[in-house]
Design a protein around this ligand. Structure first.
Ligand code: NCD
Length: 296
């Protein structure tokens, strides 16, 4: 999302709207990308992102192949670039890549001629997540510009936070980051957004509360001392939510750790929680990205 301008974002979201409606029909398929090949290349686990890219490709008529690192020749010692170039040689039109290292997806994009789509690279970016989040907010609240959005939790390790910060700032929303000092990224002052370690202050009058998972896999020693203390100070529950606007939207990219960063009571509040809407929007947002990259 870094460097993507507002008109491009709006174009993608507008395109995605068409697919939201189509995906609610009995027949969800179109033929716009028939004959094209999409490869999902995932070096990290995924439920939502991988499945939604697969559905997105299939609903546009593409042939879709899924490769997970555990089951590929990567476990035999092949390098990342050799794997990517092998898939490229099979005339893949698009390769969706998720990798634990920041910059890995960019590297593949520079060495191949397929369209490369970032499905999350380390703690760097997860652009289609930001797009589906924006689509969800725009449909629920009617706009992005001028909204107050709090992004809360493990910001330091979160690619979701980074992509959302870029997108929301570009679209004119006001972002506040809320995290304990150990999970606030170094250099946060340079992000051009507000930040606080006090969740109640951070949630004051916001339109959207975006929660993040505690990413134990990226902690490397810095992290949380106790889940109980963390939930007490930073877990989203009714009391903390009451500082936000009355109709504030509750979001979480998933997978959720209930009782760690979010209380079941608020996660499952169907009048406020947009968590499953986010999942639904993920398919449409990814269809829009594929169509705009590969379509005629
Ligand atoms: C996120 C990810 O993988 O970055 N999940 C997702 O794609 N919906 C967030 C996370 O893993 O916590």
């Amino acid at each position: 999302m870094e460097g993507i301008d507002a008109s491009t974002i709006t174009r993608i979201l507008d395109k995605a709207e068409e697919y939201v409606e189509k995906n609610r029909q009995v027949d969800k398929k179109s033929k716009s990308l028939t004959g094209r090949t999409l490869i999902n290349l995932f070096f990290e686990n995924s439920t939502r992102t991988r499945t939604s890219f697969e559905l997105a490709g299939k609903r546009l008529g593409m042939d879709v192949i899924n490769i997970s690192a555990q089951a590929s020749s990567i476990s035999k010692g092949e390098t990342l670039l050799d794997t990517a170039m092998t898939l490229n040689a099979m005339q893949a039109d698009a390769i969706v890549v998720r990798h634990p290292s920041a910059g890995a997806v960019q590297l593949i994009a520079e060495k191949t001629n397929a369209h490369i789509i970032n499905a999350g690279d380390g703690a760097h970016e997860h652009p289609t997540q930001a797009l589906l989040d924006a689509l969800t907010i725009r449909r629920k609240l009617g706009k992005l510009e001028g909204l107050k959005v709090a992004i809360c939790g493990d910001i330091a390790n979160s690619r979701v936070a980074r992509s959302n910060i870029y997108l929301l700032k570009t679209m004119g929303a006001e972002v506040t980051l809320v995290a304990p000092p150990t999970l606030m990224p170094t250099g946060v002052a340079g992000f051009g957004v507000k930040h606080t370690i006090d969740m109640r202050a951070g949630l004051k009058d916001v339109d959207v509360v975006m929660m993040l998972r505690i990413q134990h896999e990226r902690m490397a020693g810095r992290g949380i001392a106790s889940v109980r203390d963390y939930f007490h100070s930073y877990g989203l529950d009714r009391t903390k939510l009451s500082f936000a606007k009355d109709n504030a939207l509750i979001m979480h990219p998933g997978p959720m750790n209930r009782g760690v960063e979010i209380d079941t009571d608020v996660a499952d509040d169907i009048s406020r929680s947009a968590i499953l809407d986010q999942v639904e929007m993920g398919v449409a947002a990814r269809q829009a990205v594929l169509e705009l990259l590969l379509g005629s």
